[in-house]
Design a binder for this molecule. Structure first.
Ligand code: AMP
Length: 587
């Protein structure tokens, strides 16, 4: 834990004491009924996330305000007011119904950050359908796996993605009835897809957008990765709106006059919960950038869009740090008052760097797909401990536990002792199941606690410090990657007998994926095969998941029961001493 000083938000000790009192008071006085009142969510009333995020603003001063400011690297900009967004999403809901797609049917979104993605997400929510966003850098294999697991009925994508990745797998997903493409179609497009704008233009301009929705109705399906088996489909409900709203206020200080920029892609949970839902529930203006990371553009967006709240990720912060202080000094940030970060550990240096070069500390916070919303945060205005994820938000109870043989857990009460991070259930955005995997879901809970799979410590002041994952999943540039999914694709290759995949530390991405491969008898693990395997994995998995390196080995270490000892592979790669290896070997 950091021995460096705590960052005090106010200039003097009285300010610090005031902040500490405010934290205690906010937690003591907090109740969900207050959040419900602010959101206008009557018990038993319509809890539809899509309508709460759009229609709720109609008839208020927010109706004509900009909801989405969509930017492109080419300079083209499209803005949608809350009214525009409400009407367009209504139309999409009506289109779904006109195609017989209703409540509980899964609508997949597989495209970049363009306005239609947001319209479709909100419209599908309004229709009571289940929204499943997918990262557009996924290759055909992760795409097919998820479409099958999620029983995809409809898919919104682009003509290019359709031709390159969907067409070939479409027949293997028999549930998929409707495909809409956004943007001009190229010459190869055929009639088995419909055009997004054309489809919406064909439905009635007015009419109901959907039936009332209960808080427990399923709204979203987010895929996340485990160490073993297929990806897990975490199911989230409409009542999560309470959590998105509350955390938007406490962790990000969102208000309706804010210009807010979340850099995460909606294909990952952060880009949906905080790139779409939380800011719209607050009536803020959301900046959406279709481009990839670019130092100059990012700094100029903060300036020209007058961004006031910026939610980003450690990999991006590290890339800005690598570009040095000069670009930061050259650009203004006239409105910026909160910078927050999530997804991977944020080094203490990054917090100090933010303070020195951006004028604000970068506020780390913690959550995961299963929690649906931010749980632990360095709240704006509160003392920051650089290197710590912060403290539990109001309405959230977090603790450190140790698992016992037989499944029970014991709390670790002493400060600064490592254990598994656990959360007291329930909270409004808690996932309600892993699709089709009731047992896997049940195993996450013990004694009224949800066990997160993360190792952490809590200090005497109640701040949580991330230690690592309890399992073998890989975090690369903020993306959670299941080693099993990568190993399975490598095993498809005719030259591969066995494969073990691990995350190797990387100064920019946090971790990068590395594969250890045992070639089949008669095949030589040479540079040509290495390049062939890298290309194969990239083609099948997409750039975000594919390994960056392959190393050939004569054998893979396994447990007595035959499981690959990925931690041992990793330890060997990192040159850990023999002592550590033998402990791992017996694990
Ligand atoms: P995902 O479900 O893809 O959002 O990934 C969640 C996982 O990312 C967590 O279980 C952590 O392992 C990691 N993570 C998220 N936020 C942080 C953070 N602030 N510090 C360290 N690790 C984090």
């Amino acid at each position: 834990m950091s021995s460096r000083p705590v960052l005090i938000p106010a200039a003097d000790a009285a300010g610090a004491a005031g902040a500490a009192r405010a934290y205690v008071r906010a937690r003591r006085d907090f109740d969900w009924a207050g959040v419900r009142r602010e959101l206008g969510l009557a018990a038993g009333g319509d809890a539809n996330l899509g309508r709460l995020a759009t229609d709720r603003h109609l008839g208020t001063a927010r109706e004509t305000r900009t909801a989405l400011r969509c930017l492109t690297p080419g300079g083209a900009t499209r803005s949608l007011s809350y009214r525009d967004l409400a009407l367009a999403s209504d139309r999409f809901a009506r289109w779904l119904r006109s195609r017989g797609i209703g409540r509980g049917d899964t609508v997949f979104l597989y495209l970049g950050r363009v306005p239609e993605l947001y319209v479709a997400a909100l419209g599908a929510l309004k229709n009571g359908s289940v929204v499943a966003p997918l990262f557009s850098a996924f290759g055909p294999e992760p795409l097919r796996t998820r479409l099958l697991l999620g029983h995809a009925v409809a898919l919104v994508t682009t003509p290019t993605l359709y031709e390159r990745r969907v067409r070939a797998i479409r027949a293997s997903v028999p549930s998929l009835r409707e495909v809409l493409t956004v943007g001009s179609r190229d010459a190869r497009a055929t009639d088995d897809v419909a055009d997004f704008d054309g489809a919406l233009a064909a439905v009635a301009a007015n009419g109901a957008a959907g039936a009332p929705t209960a808080e427990d109705d399923v709204a979203l399906l987010h895929f996340t990765s485990g160490t073993t088996g297929t990806p897990k489909g975490a199911l989230h409900v409409h009542g999560a709106a309470l959590m998105h709203y509350m955390t938007g206020r406490y962790a990000l200080d969102l208000h309706d006059d804010d210009v807010y920029w979340c850099t995460a892609d909606p294909g990952w949970v952060t880009g949906t919960s905080y790139g779409l839902l939380a800011p719209l529930l607050h009536g803020a203006t959301c900046v959406v950038d279709a481009g990839e990371f670019d130092v100059e553009r990012w700094y100029s967006i903060l300036d020209s869009e007058r961004v006031s709240i910026w939610y980003t990720a450690p990999t991006a912060v590290r890339m800005l740090m690598r570009a040095g202080p000069e670009p930061a000094a050259r650009h203004r940030r006239p409105a910026l008052r909160v910078i927050a970060s999530v997804g991977e550990p944020l080094n203490p240096e990054a917090v100090w760097w933010g303070l020195e070069h951006l004028g604000l500390p970068i506020l780390d916070n913690w959550w995961q797909t299963e929690t649906g919303g931010i749980m632990i945060a360095n709240e704006p205005g509160q003392p920051v401990k650089p290197g710590s994820m912060g403290r539990p938000l109001p309405g959230v109870e977090a603790c450190i536990v140790r698992r016992r043989d037989g499944g029970s857990v014991t709390p670790v009460d002493e400060p600064c002792v490592e254990g598994e991070l656990a959360l007291r259930t329930p909270w409004p955005s808690m996932f309600r199941g892993y699709l089709g995997e009731a047992d896997r879901y049940r195993r996450c809970f013990h004694d009224g606690l949800y066990l997160t799979g993360d190792l952490a410590r809590r200090d005497a002041d109640g701040y949580f410090w991330f230690v690592g994952r309890a399992d073998d999943v890989i975090k690369s540039a903020g993306h959670l990657i299941g080693p099993f999914e990568v190993e399975s694709v490598l095993l498809e290759h005719a030259a591969v007998a066995e494969a073990g995949v691990v995350g190797i530390p990387d100064p920019l991405a946090g971790e990068v994926v590395k594969a250890f491969v045992m070639p089949k008898p008669g095949r030589v693990g040479d540079a040509a095969l290495r390049d062939e395997l890298l290309a194969h994995a990239r083609r099948r998995l997409g750039a975000a998941i594919a390994p960056k390196d392959v190393q050939f080995v004569a054998a893979l270490p396994r447990t007595r029961s035959g499981k690959i000892l990925r931690r041992l592979l990793r330890a060997r790669e990192l040159g850990l001493p023999e002592g550590d290896l033998s402990t791992l070997e017996s694990a």
